[in-house]
Each structure stands twice: as structure tokens, then as C-alpha cells.
Ligand binder design. Structure first.
Ligand code: NAP
Length: 294
């Protein structure tokens, strides 16, 4: 058996088309386009690349992009002032402060200062709480993208056994909550979990969000399971830089029913779900019926 490769890039392109349609419809109804503000503090090279690609995608999809760059010496008060200005700007529907932040700034304080109505990254405690309560909210982009791929692949997830490996606020916790909301029976695993391989073997759905190259082995995976690989680790193989996931892709491919590659699986979904959340924020803030795009 060879698993189906879940093409995150193709799914993200399809979602982009739906987003563009909704941007046009939003402009027709409101007289403006959705706006996304991205704030970068410092010069972390990876963060600069992420911000650049978010700005590019926002404008490509017909939305308005606002970019704010602060020096890495910026104080928390300076950043909070920028966030307050963005909260008050009616042209802006979504605010994303690129993490990580320099050490003099407390990330949770900054996230908590973003208006929950503009928190398109879904990290504000109010949105995290609303997800648990099953209320409309913004969901962190990466787990939302994983859920879209799972539903596209499997349809109704009701009754399935799912395991999420990793319990971060950004990925693992919201992923587990999303799967629970879809009526899965969810196991959350982390660095202190005992007998991880045995627990993974029970799962119809495996989401690996750890950051340890090729940790999930073929012998751990139930035949036919759907495997979503969130992890990204840069390694050097034969002198060449390579990005690898948390899953031993070549070996697991022979056992799983379907799995995402790295790169080309979850990665392209993360940026597109940010665009999705920005459009949703615009409709909500404008008091218009919110379109369903997946
Ligand atoms: P994180 O905050 O470092 O969390 C990692 C989680 O993995 C923690 O909960 C940790 O457990 C758990 N863990 C560590 N070692 C483990 C082990 N041996 N067995 C089981 N669990 C273990 O990372 P993150 O932000 O969630 O990101 C996870 C990975 O996804 C990273 O590789 C990141 O680069 C990638 N990522 C990719 C995208 C994308 O768009 N493709 C987006 C976001 C993240 P404890 O809580 O017990 O320490």
C-alpha cells in the first residue's frame, strides 16, 4: 500500500480562489476591501521572510496590506501603542504581530492587547476560550489549515480516534480542541507522554506538531491512518539543506492511508488560512453574513 499524498499547495490554491471571490463580494457590499496589518519587531531573517510572503499574498488576493516594522530595541510600550493605533483604524480588519518578539517584550501582553475582533491569528485568550466554548471565534491558522485538509480528505470525522503530538498554544492545543469539536476522541501527547508509539497506533488521525525530525516511525502508525505532519526541521543531507517533518515520510507512506508532505503539506495552508481569517474578520466587523469557505 502507498499512502495518498495530501497536496496542501493545491488545496491552498483552491481556497485562494474562494477568498478572492469573497473579497470582490465584500467590496461590492461595503465599498472597501479587507485590510491586514502585519507588525514585525527586529530583523529575524525567518520572520522577515514570513512577513514578506504575508504582505505579498494579501495584495495578490485583492486585500489591503499594512506593514509596520519596529527596531529590535523597541519597548513594549512602543509596540502596544502601534497595536492600539491598528485597533482603532477602521480600514484594518486583521492584526498579526509576528512572533517571536525580542526578549524585552512579553508576547502574551501584546497578544492580549489586540482587539479580539481583529485577532486573525486566533491567539488572544478570548478567542482561545471561545474555541473551547464552541462559540464563533478566530482559530490559530496552522491547526485550522490542518482541519481543512482532514475534512477534505475524510469528510465527517465523527467517532474517529485522533492523537495530537505537541501541546503548544499555537498548534497542539487548538488542534486538539478543533478535533474534539468535530466529535473525534482525542489524545493529546507531549514530551512526558508514556508509550507514545502505542498511543499513536490507536489513532485514525495523527497530527504531529513537535519539531523533531522524522520522530514518528512507520511501526507507530495504524495501517490506513491519516497523518498530518506540522513539524519543520532544517537538516543538512549530503551537504544540502533540506526541510523535514516530524514524520518518517518514506517509511510511513507504506503504512498510512494518506499523509502530508514537508514541504508542500501544512505550510502553504498556514498563510492561506490567515487570508481566510482576515476576510471573515472583515465580514464580521462590517455586520455582513459570514461566508463559509470550507
Ligand atoms: P513548540 O511550542 O516547541 O511545541 C512543541 C511540542 O512538542 C511541545 O508541546 C512539546 O511537549 C512536544 N514535544 C517535544 N518533544 C516531544 C517528544 N519527544 N515527544 C512528544 N512530544 C514532544 O512548537 P510549535 O510552535 O507547536 O511547533 C511545532 C512544530 O511545527 C515545529 O517544528 C514548527 O516549526 C512547526 N510549525 C510549522 C508550521 C507550518 O506552517 N508548517 C506552523 C507552526 C509550527 P512539552 O509541552 O511537554 O514540552
Amino acid at each position: 500500500m502507498s499512502a495518498k499524498i495530501i497536496d496542501g499547495k493545491a488545496y491552498a490554491e483552491g481556497l485562494a480562489t474562494k477568498i478572492q471571490t469573497q473579497v470582490v463580494a465584500f467590496k461590492a457590499q461595503s465599498g472597501r476591501v479587507p485590510g491586514l496589518a502585519v507588525v514585525l519587531v527586529g530583523q529575524d531573517p525567518a520572520s522577515e521572510i514570513y512577513v514578506r510572503s504575508k504582505v505579498k499574498k494579501t495584495t495578490e488576493l485583492g486585500m489591503k496590506s499594512f506593514e509596520h516594522v519596529l527596531p529590535d530595541t523597541a519597548t513594549q510600550e512602543e509596540l502596544l501603542r502601534v497595536v492600539a493605533e491598528l485597533n482603532a483604524n477602521n480600514e484594518i480588519d486583521g492584526i498579526l504581530v509576528q512572533m517571536p518578539l525580542p526578549k524585552q517584550i512579553d508576547e502574551l501582553t501584546v497578544i492580549s492587547a489586540i482587539s479580539p475582533a481583529k485577532d486573525v491569528d486566533g491567539l488572544h485568550p478570548e478567542n482561545a476560550g471561545r474555541l473551547v466554548a464552541g462559540l464563533p471565534c478566530f482559530v490559530s491558522c496552522t491547526p485550522l489549515g490542518c482541519l481543512m485538509l482532514l475534512k477534505d480528505q475524510l469528510g465527517d470525522l465523527t467517532g474517529m480516534n485522533a492523537i495530537v503530538i505537541g501541546r503548544s498554544l499555537l498548534v497542539g492545543k487548538p488542534m486538539a480542541q478543533l478535533l474534539l469539536n468535530e466529535n473525534c476522541t482525542v489524545t493529546m501527547a507531549h514530551s512526558r507522554t508514556r508509550d507514545l508509539a502505542d498511543k499513536v497506533r490507536q489513532a485514525d488521525i495523527v497530527v504531529a506538531a513537535v519539531g523533531k525530525a522524522e520522530m514518528v516511525k512507520a511501526a507507530w502508525v495504524k495501517p490506513g491512518a491519516t497523518v498530518i505532519d506540522v513539524g519543520t526541521t532544517r537538516v543538512v543531507v549530503d551537504g544540502k539543506k533540506k526541510l523535514v517533518g516530524d514524520v518518517d515520510f518514506a517509511a510511513v507512506q507504506a503504512v498510512a492511508g494518506a499523509l502530508t508532505p514537508v514541504p508542500g503539506g501544512v505550510g502553504p495552508m498556514t498563510i492561506m488560512t490567515l487570508m481566510h481569517n482576515t476576510v471573515i474578520a472583515a465580514y464580521r466587523r462590517q455586520g455582513l453574513p459570514v461566508p463559509k469557505m470550507f
